[in-house]
Design a protein around this ligand. Structure first.
Ligand code: C2E
Ligand code: CA
Ligand code: CA
Ligand code: CA
Length: 276
């Protein structure tokens, strides 16, 4: 009632109650979606300076029975909060590794590298190394064709532990890319210690290389920084020929973005790879 409502505890705030219900429902929905195979993977091509396809980033989507195709931005943060990212992340890695195994005997396809996003919670698990080793072995994937994308924010805690994890996995042949680079607060000395293979320049720095001189200077500096550390540098979110030209002049020779390809379903990606 209205009278009781004024001083009552917040549990009875109807908007909070409905928010909690929505959360409980979303959690159940994600579990069910995993059971019922409602998650799908899309593949966004990665290209070199000769416009050759070198692989793809694997991006998860939720084929929701009511809402239609749902963006990961809408459910990944929640899956991280609830821990559901662990089974979901394993499913993504397994599916990507099985795909790599299925390409292993196909001449053009067996050169492609798949980049899989790893969430902070996944990487922090004490059995992360074991999980990756098991998935690779069970799937029969060539580990040289797998790349894991980490973000700066997940690499701050126990640096020795992080390096140990990365080195153990690199021993298999798996590569590491530092995603969304430039949006975190990594120091140079920190970057130098990490056994990375690639820096991925965040798309926010690519967006304004032509409108904003500071943006251009930052993008150039990031490319130079990556190269000085001996890393491969890839730019994401490349949408225009002008951006690609700028990056190429700055020394960045690997690209991902709508200019080259949108994230597409598997059949479309395989077609792209065959015709590229
Ligand atoms: P991200 O790892 O930074 O992925 C790049 C995002 O930029 C993707 O959004 C991609 O579709 C989008 N993108 C690619 N090229 C362009 C472009 O030229 N212009 C613009 N404006 N956008 C572009 P998406 O697919 O919605 O994924 C969003 C985020 O969700 C990803 O950001 C990643 O953080 C997360 N995510 C996706 N799949 C997974 C997954 O399997 N596991 C985990 N942990 N996170 C995932
Ligand atoms: Ca990524
Ligand atoms: Ca990114
Ligand atoms: Ca991002």
């Amino acid at each position: 009632s209205k009278k009781a409502g004024r001083n009552s505890v917040r549990f009875f705030d109807p908007s909070l109650e409905s928010a909690m219900k929505q959360h409980a429902t979303l959690e159940d929905d994600i579990r069910q979606a995993l059971d019922q195979g409602q998650f799908v993977l899309h593949y966004q091509g990665q290209f070199n300076s000769r416009d050759k396809l070198t692989g793809a980033e694997v991006l998860v989507r939720w084929q929701h029975p009511v809402q239609g195709m749902m963006s990961p931005a809408l459910f990944i943060p929640f899956a991280e909060e609830t821990g559901l990212i662990l089974p979901l992340g394993n499913w993504v890695l397994e599916t990507a590794c099985k795909l790599l195994a299925s390409w292993e005997k196909i001449p053009r396809m067996n050169k492609l590298v798949l980049a899989v996003n790893v969430s902070a919670l996944q990487f922090r698990q004490s059995d992360f190394i074991e999980t990756v080793v098991n998935i690779i072995h069970k799937s029969g994937a060539n580990p040289q064709r797998l790349k894991l994308e980490l973000t700066e924010s997940m690499l701050i805690e126990n640096l020795d532990d992080i390096i140990h994890k990365m080195l153990s996995i690199k021993e298999l042949g798996v590569g590491f890319s530092l995603d969304d680079f430039g949006t975190g607060f990594s120091s140079l000395s920190f970057l130098k210690r990490l056994p990375l293979d690639q820096l991925k320049i965040d798309q926010s720095f690519i967006k304004d290389v032509h409108s904003d001189p500071n943006g251009a200077a930052i993008a150039k500096t990031i490319v130079a920084l990556g190269k000085s550390l001996g890393l491969n540098v890839i730019a994401e979110g490349v949408e225009t020929v002008e951006q690609r030209e700028f990056l190429s002049n700055a020394g960045c020779h690997a690209y991902q973005g709508y200019l080259f390809s949108r994230p597409v379903a598997l059949t479309e990606f395989e077609e792209l790879a065959r015709s590229n």
